[in-house]
Write a protein that binds this ligand. Structure first.
Ligand code: SF4
Length: 480
């Protein structure tokens, strides 16, 4: 019996919530990559990603996984605690009772990410809300990721992400900050997505000018779908600061009370709302990131608050993607990025010439706006992410997953992780030291004696609300 099978067998006998049979079967099938075999990352990681795309029938000229990237991004959950209680939350009912992972274990997981995917991997420092972790530890975690040559991003609801903290994190090597803001968070004093734009503006001001790329995450559900165009208009108006707007479709997973999504919440519906807000067509099918049912991505340039599609010539886009697959996307230094692209394209003169013709046409089309904006141009990406319901996981999509969470066993598809979160967060963690084998208990935060230590996994008597109260956090009292 493998380690994972053993734990899942135990899971069935514990009061940890009841993940549905499909998720448990997928977890048992999921065969984590042996870190020793993964040590020759990144080229092997790229090969593995390409094979995954082929095996799952997702390999085509537009596919970036296995061509440019071995993985989209890896979530590193450094706490399970949160100071909000979103109605679409992916955390577990047990999350608030779980102590923060020891720093050494977080560092071990960072090394595990590196051993699987190599340098330049995008690592989301997330939770819960990662800013609830001790400030000095958060800074050390970010520094460690950057020291390993990977790219740390902070995923936060922003409440505790002060400018001072962001400045310290930027100095430690943080590259991006992604603020999650939407109506599922029930922030006091905000009764619509349009009202929340004031909070988004505040967050932009906190992060702008620190050398960080600024992203926004928005959960889309029936209650805010029709407000999305206004949210998109806000991002367009602030394209000088915001570089990515990501939209997640509500999914029936975790402790959130919203449950199953309404039939109106589809990838196409969100695409339509984004397009409405952008004020013109955007190409969401020119590039593919992972499974076609999971992700959509569009890129635009914005000048004079007008949006121009960057991916409207599909053949040219795939030819450029192929020719520049080795170029690193330097989000901090656009000039360097453009230079690297041009150098790569000079090796393919025909593709370069076609690209130049496309660019001249675009400039001509945008000439009035370019003049009005005195030549200022900003790039804005739109991403749509279609998480799966915990009880309706599609094995093919899980296998082609581009967004994984790192667990003590290795990377696991985020949808699968959310579906069986308790299995990972309530697990006794084996710690080896000079005194021999011991176990870290996530519910007590204590290290317990060696082999044979009893599984003390059980639902905490504290509710999420009670735990927040014990922490001195009233989730409604501080809307930011
Ligand atoms: S997390 Fe889920 S929706 Fe996202 S890429 Fe992975 S399988 Fe697809």
């Amino acid at each position: 019996m493998t380690k994972r099978e053993k734990f899942l067998a135990e899971l069935g006998t514990k009061d940890t919530g009841s993940p549905c049979a499909g998720a448990r079967r997928l977890a048992a099938d999921d065969d984590p990559i042996d870190p020793a075999a993964a040590s020759d990352a990144p080229s092997c990681a790229l090969d593995r990603a390409r094979h995954k795309m082929m095996e799952t029938d997702q390999w085509n000229a537009a596919q970036l996984m296995g061509r440019r990237w071995p993985i989209g991004c890896v979530a590193l959950e450094i706490t399970q605690r949160c100071n909000l209680d979103c109605t679409a939350c992916y955390l577990s009912e047990n999350s608030e009772a779980v102590h923060d992972l020891p720093l050494e274990e977080v560092f071990r997981r960072i090394d595990l990410i590196y051993s699987h995917y190599g340098p330049d991997t995008d690592v989301q420092v997330t939770g819960g809300d990662p800013t609830l972790r001790r400030r000095s530890e958060l800074i050390e975690i970010v520094r460690r990721i950057r020291d390993r040559g990977m790219r740390p991003s902070l995923f936060t609801n922003g409440i505790r992400a002060t400018r001072d903290l962001l400045r310290a994190l930027a100095a430690a090597g943080l590259m991006d900050v992604a603020f999650h803001v939407d109506m599922t968070q029930q922030r006091r004093g905000f009764d619509s997505e349009i009202a929340l734009n004031a909070l988004r503006r505040d967050y932009i001001e906190r992060a702008h000018g620190l050398g960080l790329s600024i992203f926004f995450n928005t959960t889309v559900y029936a209650g805010n779908l029709n407000q999305m165009p206004e949210v998109v208009r806000f991002f367009v108006r602030n394209a000088n600061a915001v570089s990515m707007a990501s939209f997640q479709l509500q999914a029936d997973t975790g402790r959130g009370v919203l449950g199953a999504r309404a039939p109106c919440i589809t990838i196409d519906a969100v695409k339509q709302q984004i397009t409405l807000g952008a004020g013109g067509p955007l190409s969401f099918e020119a590039i593919q990131v992972g499974h076609s049912q999971c992700n959509r991505c569009a890129m635009a340039f914005v000048t004079n608050a007008r949006v121009y599609d960057m991916l409207d010539n599909r053949r040219l886009v795939t030819d450029i993607a192929e020719a520049t697959s080795w170029v690193l996307f330097d989000r901090q230094n656009h000039a360097a990025l453009v230079r690297a692209f041009v150098i790569a394209l000079l090796a393919k003169p025909i593709v370069f010439a076609r690209g130049l013709v496309w660019l001249i046409r675009k400039i001509w089309l945008a000439k009035a706006d370019l003049l009005a904006a005195r030549g200022k141009v900003h790039k804005l990406s739109f991403f749509i992410h279609n998480f799966m319901d915990a009880c309706a996981l599609d094995q093919n999509r899980v296998e082609a997953c581009t967004f994984v969470a790192i667990t003590d066993d290795g990377p696991v598809s985020m949808c699968l992780h959310n579906a069986i979160r308790d299995a990972a967060i309530l697990k006794l963690l084996k710690i080896s030291g000079a005194a021999g084998e011991a176990f870290w208990n996530p519910l007590s935060g204590e290290v317990e004696p060696g082999a044979g230590a009893p599984m003390t996994v059980s639902r905490s008597p504290k509710t999420a609300k009670g735990r927040l109260k014990a922490l001195g956090v009233d989730r409604r009292s501080d809307p930011r």
